[in-house]
Design a protein around this ligand. Structure first.
Ligand SMILES: Cc1ncc(COP(=O)(O)O)c(C=O)c1O
Length: 421
């Protein structure tokens, strides 16, 4: 009897996987995490604005993460959203300048644009990858910047986007919140644009609960971003024990988006285990790719050969044909596996989370947002938002047998959706 002949677990059939068999949990605390946190706890230095006691954890993390991303500078922040805000502010654009944002991404990629005093212009994504493609950017007539989001587990082609943005005079900011450690022709995510923004929020592959960072090769931009995230202050080069490590340089007006010393210390430890975790997830993904090759009705996103290293944040299983909703497919998969599978958020064009008109201070930008986005269409984003079912990367941290279960569950759901002959 094939899996198609058995009832789905959502219909009270026997699930593919025994629900007593646990999945890996997330986050995974690195071996040195507790000790690192305790060291900060017992120090008199809980913030970069504490009186100086020796090298800040935040500076240590910045050094390590710049090296990890192959960039010259890293400015840690309290959230990925604020990393995007300061990266955009560092471009020094005209008020209300248009910024291209892919329609399929977390709302912060667009809300950060408003918060920087700019106007998001939503652009469709390539349904094969979920990312902006260069042709879509080249078709635009106006843009001051482009947010290149690396979506779920695929990378946007930033060199091609940069070439397409150049005639518009637009800079490319990478939103690598979902792509720590991915690489494109040997170049790490975050190092390919004018600046690369990361989130270290709980669900991300590198996490301290809430955190973020911007990386760049441009020293001037890095200095500006230091000020933009520390109330107009930069690090002192002549710091003295017991005094504040920041000086009021005030070449621009910043706000406080600083990462705490606890978060920075934790990130140093988590970064040390990130590549091991990437290796396990990458191996499991390759197994799943192989297992799904022969399965009709369900596939993984297109993997561009230029992306030579994967960073799985979420893995989209794309069901096609799909005579029911992907929310139904997600529930069916969840019931088979005993692990949460979920549909992507709707495209930003119809997201309830992107509603600048609900904030009175954004009214002028909201009007321009409406005008600039009127009549735009997003068939690529709509396709993925209605055909993909996502699995969190933690599902890829276990043994290879877990992939056999995922593939069997996906095959069973696909057969029930009528993919098989
Ligand atoms: C693509 C993308 N951009 C930006 C962010 C914002 O990061 P944070 O939640 O750390 O502010 C996220 C977080 O989920 C994200 O996925």
């Amino acid at each position: 009897m094939t899996t198609a002949d058995t009832a789905l677990a959502v219909h009270s059939g026997t699930p593919v996987r025994d629900h007593d068999l646990p999945w890996p949990t997330w986050p995974v605390a690195a071996p040195g995490a507790s000790a690192a946190l305790e060291t900060v706890l017992k120090s008199s230095s809980w913030a970069i604005t504490s009186p100086y006691q020796g090298e800040l954890q935040e500076r240590r993390f910045a050094r390590q993460f710049a090296a990890y991303t192959g960039t010259a500078h890293c400015v840690p922040t309290d959230h990925g959203s604020n990393a995007l805000v300061i990266a955009l502010e560092s471009l020094g654009l005209e008020p209300a300048a248009p910024v291209l944002v892919p329609a399929l991404t977390w709302t912060a990629s667009a809300t950060a644009v408003f918060r920087a005093g700019l106007v998001p212009v939503l652009v469709d994504v390539d349904p094969a990858t979920g990312c902006l493609d260069a042709a879509a950017v080249a078709a635009e007539t106006e843009a001051a910047a482009v947010i290149a989001v690396h979506w779920a587990c695929t990378m946007a082609d930033v060199p091609a986007l940069t070439a397409a943005a150049e005639p518009l005079g637009a800079s490319v900011i990478e939103d690598a919140a979902q792509a720590h450690g991915a690489s494109w022709l040997g170049r790490p995510a975050g190092s390919l644009g004018a600046a690369g923004c990361f989130s270290m929020q709980h669900s991300k592959v590198l996490t301290c609960g809430e955190g973020g960072a911007v990386v760049t090769d441009d020293g001037e931009r890095a200095g500006l971003m230091e000020e933009l995230r520390a109330d107009s202050r930069r690090y002192r080069t002549d710091v003295v024990r017991g005094e504040l490590p920041l000086k009021e340089s005030a070449t621009t007006m910043g706000a406080n988006f600083c990462l705490s010393e606890f978060a920075a210390a934790l990130l140093c430890e988590q970064l040390a285990i990130l590549d091991e975790q990437h290796e396990v997830r990458g191996r499991n993904y390759a197994t799943l790719e192989r297992l799904l090759e022969e399965v009709p009705g369900v596939r993984l996103p297109y993997r561009n050969p230029a992306q030579d290293r994967l960073s799985l944040y979420e893995v989209p299983l794309i069901f096609d044909p799909l005579p029911k909703t992907n929310a139904w497919a997600a529930d069916a998969l969840t019931a088979e596996l005993g692990m949460r599978a979920y549909p992507p958020r709707p495209p930003l064009s119809r997201s309830p989370l992107l509603a600048p008109w609900r904030k009175s201070t954004l009214a002028p930008l909201a009007e321009q947002f409406k005008a600039r986005n009127a009549g735009r269409r997003f068939p690529g984003a709509e396709y993925l938002a209605s055909h993909a079912v996502l699995l969190h990367h933690s599902a890829f941290l276990g043994p290879e047998e877990d992939m056999v279960d995922i593939a069997a569950a996906a095959a069973k759901v696909a057969r029930h959706l009528g993919a098989a002959a």
